[in-house]
Design a protein around this ligand. Structure first.
Ligand code: ADP
Length: 520
């Protein structure tokens, strides 16, 4: 910067400070004009902004009472003094405007203003031409080279501020658009940044959670008092794009929220934030609880007569005088009673697993021990149908795990039972092997049954779902086993999955994730 003298420098610094603190574009432009006038001691000042589309300059506004008229004036590049500045990207001083051929009278005519002298300076940010700032009529004389330097250095800072204000205005505009979309949504929606701090909450979210809560900024505070499944931090830090969640609170009034957290990423894949979309699902949940309690009650009531039926059958069969027909009938009653009892057991187990509070009683155990117990409990059945069950010794080398032994045993039992139950091969074979990779510890259960078609693989984990009879030659069952298995394994932070080739058999993998329930 040339030597401008201490006082001038002070006034530029002050002017720069003022404009760099303004982000509202119209206010900023007004300040630039006011300060431009002050720094070079001119009667008035104006800004012409550059319209890239039409390659024209137009007045934003001037420090005149006739702003609106001046606003209509547009100058082509090269037209008038400002147009020359636009073309050359260089400052121009004209101290006798009326005799300068470059001067376009247009602006003066429109506001009947008398221009004597002009100092016009380009507004440039990096390589981008933004417009021209003009100081008009130097008080007590003409504009000097020093005035040009002063206005140029002020224009440089002004250009930075204009670009910033434009970016800010654009962001505001985008934000308003998003807010408009948000407010129309009937679902609650809260947009949070990558640190989980709230940016926006829509009206439905305010209605569901209360206005005060949605004014808080931390997601944890907004949802405080709610027990979330999975926990909020887990949902926010998950690598998955969409994570469904449920939340429950008791006070002041019991309430369930159900929804999804979706991660928002920019074009380069960087996480910008997440959006929570949720709904009040309290009435659906209450209905489910009533249904579940009903199933539980009925199952308990059925258990007592079933114990009597299944208990008396073997005693009756002990009677040597029993004829052929009663013997057959009692055997059948015993068998069906046994089946009914196992069904009731499954239903009871289901109500327990399906409840909100599936509590795991974990101990130190291993998949080897669990598999052994499951096969022992199934021995009677597998022998009866002459299934060949092989266990690879490798499962003994699997690391120990922390798990609810009884529940995981029920999972393994169910999977092995299915491997036999739906298998119509002459020689039913089931092979149990170890599963150990970077992420998982578990077992695989392979059968030589009918296999599971790809479109059915997700559905078999739904409650009460059974594949069409024609395919698996449907046998007794309630379609609950795999739904339970999935819930139990997920509660352990693990899972259950299927690989299958139709007509060649299925392989089920039952596993926990490393680091979740693995013994160190
Ligand atoms: P259930 O055994 O009570 O019918 P499950 O939830 O355990 O219920 O299984 C759901 C359905 O998945 C079964 O009805 C069956 O159609 C199919 N299925 C499960 N395991 C196998 C398997 N190993 N081979 C073929 N089909 C299977």
């Amino acid at each position: 910067m040339p030597d401008l003298g201490a006082q001038k420098l002070q006034s530029i610094l002050k002017a720069n400070r003022i404009i760099s603190s303004t982000l509202v574009l119209s206010e900023l432009l007004r300040q630039i004009m006011e300060l431009a006038r002050e720094v070079v001691e001119a009667e008035t000042a104006s800004i012409l902004l550059y319209d890239e589309k039409t390659d024209e300059l137009y007045f934003n506004l001037a420090l005149s009472d006739r702003e609106s008229d001046l606003k209509q004036v547009r100058l082509k590049s090269g037209e008038g003094i400002a147009g020359c500045v636009a073309r050359e990207k260089k400052s121009v001083i004209v101290n006798d405007a009326s005799s300068d051929p470059r001067w376009a009278k247009k602006a003066d005519d429109s506001i009947s203003f008398k221009t004597r002298s002009i100092l016009a300076v380009p507004l440039i940010f990096k390589d981008q031409f933004l417009g021209v700032v003009e100081a008009i009529n130097k008080k007590g004389g003409g504009f000097t080279e020093e005035d040009a330097s002063v206005l140029e250095s002020f224009a440089a800072q002004s250009s930075v501020s204009i670009v910033n204000a434009r970016i800010f205005e654009k962001l505001e505009e985008e934000k308003n658009k998003i807010e408009a979309v948000f407010s129309q949504m009937s679902d609650g929606a809260i947009f949070v940044d990558d640190n989980g701090r709230k940016i926006l909450a829509n009206d439905s979210a305010k209605k569901l959670l209360g206005k005060e809560r949605t004014e808080l900024s931390d997601t944890a505070d907004i949802f405080s008092g709610f027990a979330a499944k999975p926990e909020l931090n887990e949902a926010l830090s998950s690598e998955e794009k969409n994570v469904t969640f449920e939340m429950f609170r008791k006070e002041p009034k019991s309430m369930y929220l159900g929804g999804v957290v979706t991660k928002i990423r920019d074009a380069s894949g960087r996480l910008i934030g997440s959006i929570f979309i949720f709904n009040d699902i309290t009435s659906e949940k209450k209905e489910t609880t009533i249904k579940r309690n009903f199933i539980s009650l009925i199952s308990h009531k059925l258990k007592t007569p079933l114990v009597t039926i299944t208990g008396y059958c073997p005693l009756l069969l002990d009677d040597p005088s029993l004829g052929e027909f009663p013997k057959k009938a009692i055997t059948s009653i015993g068998k069906q009673g046994g089946y009914l009892a196992s069904l009731v057991d499954k239903l009871l187990f289901f109500t327990m697993v399906d409840s909100e509070t599936l509590e795991l009683e974990t101990t130190k155990t291993s998949f080897s021990k669990i598999t052994e117990a499951a096969l022992f409990n199934l021995k009677h059945y597998t022998e009866q149908v002459s299934a060949k069950v092989t266990v690879n010794e490798r499962i003994k080398t699997l690391p120990e795990i922390e798990a609810d032994e009884k529940k995981v045993e029920a999972v393994v039992r169910n999977v092995v039972e299915n491997a036999v139950k739906f298998n119509k091969s002459g020689q039913k074979t089931v092979t149990i092997d170890a599963l150990e990779d970077d992420g998982r510890i578990g077992i695989t259960v392979k059968d030589n049954g009918p296999g599971i078609p790809p479109e059915e693989r997700g559905k078999v984990f739904q409650k009460f779902y059974q594949i069409e009879e024609s395919f698996t030659g449907q046998v007794e069952g309630a379609g609950l086993g795999l739904a339970l298995a999935k819930q139990i394994m997920e509660a352990h932070g693990g899972g259950i999955s299927i690989e299958s080739v139709v007509n060649s058999g299925s392989t089920f993998a039952v596993f926990i994730r490393r680091g979740r329930g693995e013994q160190s």
